[in-house]
Write a protein that binds this ligand. Sequence first.
Ligand code: PAF
Length: 281
Amino acid sequence: MQIITSPQEFQALCWSWRCQGLTSAFVPTMGYLHAGHVSLFEWARANSQKVAASIFVNPTQFGPNEDLDRYPRDPEGDAAKARAAGVDVLFMPEPGAMYPPGFATTVSVSGLTEALCGRSRPGHFAGVTGVVSKLLMLAIPTTAVFGCKDWQQLAVIRRMVRDLDIPVAIEGRPIFREPDGLAISSRNVYLSPKERAQAPSIHQGLLRAKAQVASGESDAAKVLADLADFYGQSMPDAVVDYLECVHPETIVPLQNVSGPALLAVAVKFPGARLIDNMLLH
Ligand code: PAF
């Protein structure tokens, strides 16, 4: 596996693959790789001739009071995991190389960035769309691979790629979970043992809501009220940041969940803010 830090070198290598007619899959990450990331690499390996991945803790998607400085990092461990999963090239740029002096361009997607995480984390999605469009221009992959845990991020990226005619297929892969159901996230390491013991309730609650919908409940307000109670009782150390039923593509809130519907949740423990989601059908 090659490790490249220069954007120009990374782009030259990816271009050479494209010019040879090879298919490539690209997995952008912020590192501190876990089993969920590895599952994305493995999907990429199985479905394309070349695999590129990036590790870049993108400063522009963190708010002023967020965890940029303490975001967990393990470049050597990450490189070993990427190598073992069959990644051909790992792009690990420095912030100064991605955002050189004078950098002045933003990419923003309106509407679906304003709900859910967009409301709690102003500016977050502009940071994501900016860096993802830049990474896609560098990697020019056949397919770019993202996890569905950040469902809204995936919906925003799909919108951006369609709107800007970026010639890449977007592949969303299922959420990877711990045996007790907690969605795997780099931020889980921040949880205290007591918080970690409560956190699987996030997923249990989503399953409970899905079962209610399967047995005929279609009123989003009722499903959400029951779930808010369940979370209040099962996670006394957490505050619900948002809990909403939305349309999976447009992220517009729904009153009736008999059609396509996504249940999305963010909870704040003192140690970490966690997100999760589930399609209700
Ligand atoms: O999901 C992430 O890890 C990041 O938001 C991404 C897509 C790598 C952009 O920095």
